[in-house]
Design a protein around this ligand. Structure first.
Ligand code: C2E
Ligand code: CA
Ligand code: CA
Length: 424
């Protein structure tokens, strides 16, 4: 049978034929599963380490599959994606999850040093074929749905397919057409949430946050649609939409003789893959004849772990032009103090969950206090997110943070409401 030149695995069609025959002949008491795996950020690995190194990693992944005696056949449908047919005999598929997790850990440990800039990570989905007459392609789809459900999830890198995953996926599929229609009709909802200065008792600016609307008028929150837009690349369109909206809103305020505030826009990391990003932003911005001091870009902390080199020079250029740049969700992941030292940003936004968890205990409070003190020492501005109570505000303010954002002051609200309340 013909095989894949790179890995020696079966070709896709050969794998489907083999699996079909195997299932027909196998003992019905055996547990048989499809396992589907891919690497996170494989394009990035190729770009940074070159295709030869990328190929080496794929070969190792193929060896990982074929090195298991339970794996009766495997193939590489494309790129960094490996699929195997596993006969687990009398082992339950749930036991398999722990085994996969251990294998993933050892794969990461073995390759970490050679790909230190890329934080190697595998995503795996498992589907047990109970009905032996099920089409292999349908079984494979389900293993892939399970794999995608853990994509980018560093704490749960492996999942068994469930019906709920399928339902969620079907829900996700509605998002893209809804989003495209909203872009066309310019009906994406942009909300502003104020940021306040505690010492000055006033609103100093806002963050622009978006919502989508279902056909029945109900609101779809960002937690639901942002991941879908991110994995499809459509997030770029959303961020551009918000950027244009914010630039022209500031222009309107000036034209109406009102005092503009600084508005922040979330910039997804995908933008940074584009070398023309900064020029594109400046070109769009200059159409509006406003000062860059009114614009801030929020970039999430996680971006800086792997792609710092891609990002730093672009941030420097944005700041040279006069925009403010902040690190969003600081403390949500694996932030290190080292990161603060190398990041050319103006503002650190302390993540709402990090703050909430920390304020609940003495050690956590000490950490927040120390962190705020270090940030003040190096003249970094700090915004504390997710402030919901007067008590939280008091503690954080006493630690030396003056700017806050949270439900205590206001939720994100439609821009027309924001203007009535805060713009004059
Ligand atoms: P984020 O950038 O961290 O935005 C802050 C989130 O915290 C907002 O959720 C806001 O409603 C919520 N929040 C603010 N104060 C409080 C509080 O006191 N308590 C609690 N529990 N939550 C609070 P939202 O609007 O649901 O947005 C979620 C995430 O979606 C945002 O997190 C941001 O990462 C993303 N997002 C939203 N709109 C856009 C967009 O236009 N572009 C991009 N790239 N991302 C967006
Ligand atoms: Ca943000
Ligand atoms: Ca945040």
């Amino acid at each position: 049978m013909e095989t894949d030149k790179l890995t020696g695995l079966l070709l896709f069609d050969g794998f489907l034929d083999f699996a079909k025959d195997y299932l027909a002949k196998s003992n019905t008491d055996d547990h048989i599963a499809i396992i589907s795996t891919d690497l996170s950020k494989f394009k990035y690995i190729n770009r940074v380490y070159g295709f030869t190194s990328g190929d080496k990693l794929i070969r190792k992944l193929a060896e990982l599959f074929m090195g298991r005696e339970e794996c009766v056949a495997a193939c590489r449908p494309y790129s960094d994606h490996i699929v195997g047919l596993f006969n687990l005999k009398d082992k339950d598929v749930r036991e398999c999850v722990e085994c996969v997790r251990l294998l993933q850990n050892s794969f990461v440990a073995e390759n970490k040093a050679d790909y230190s800039k890329a934080s190697i990570h595998l995503n795996t989905g498992i589907y047990e074929i109970v009905d032996r007459k099920e089409e292999i392609s349908s079984a494979l789809d389900k293993a892939n749905i399970a794999r995608r459900s853990v994509k980018g999830n560093y704490s749960v890198p492996c999942a068994i397919y469930t019906k709920e995953m399928q339902e969620r996926r079907e829900g996700d599929e509605k998002i893209i057409p809804l989003f495209e229609k909203a872009v066309e009709e310019r009906s994406i909802l942009v909300y502003f949430q104020p940021k306040v200065s505690v010492s000055e008792h006033c609103v100093v600016g806002a963050e622009a946050l978006t919502r989508l609307q279902n056909e029945d008028g109900s609101i779809i929150p960002p937690d639901v649609f942002i991941p879908v837009l991110e994995s499809s690349g459509k997030i770029l369109e959303l961020d551009w939409y918000v950027m244009r909206f914010v630039f022209s809103k500031i222009r309107d305020w000036l034209d109406e003789g009102k005092k503009p505030q600084k508005i922040s826009v979330n910039l997804s990391k995908i933008h940074f893959y584009y070398d023309t990003l900064v020029d594109d932003i400046i070109r769009e911005f200059e159409k509006h004849q406003i000062s860059p001091e009114y614009v801030e870009f929020e970039i999430t902390e996680s971006v800086f772990f792997e792609e710092a080199d891609l990002i730093i020079s672009k941030i420097e250029r944005l700041r040279e032009y006069g925009f403010k740049v902040s690190v969003d969700d600081f403390g949500a992941g694996y932030s290190s103090l080292n990161l603060i030292g190398i990041l050319p940003v103006d503002i650190i936004k302390l993540d709402k969950r990090f703050v909430k968890n920390s304020l609940g205990n003495k050690k956590g409070k000490d950490i927040i206090k120390g962190l705020i003190s270090i940030l003040n020492e190096i003249d970094m501005d700090i915004v504390c997110e997710g402030i919901e109570t007067k008590e939280e505000e008091r503690i954080v303010y006493e630690f030396g943070c003056d700017s806050m954002q949270g439900y205590l002051y206001d939720r994100p609200i439609p821009v027309s409401d924001y203007e009535k309340k805060y713009i004059y």
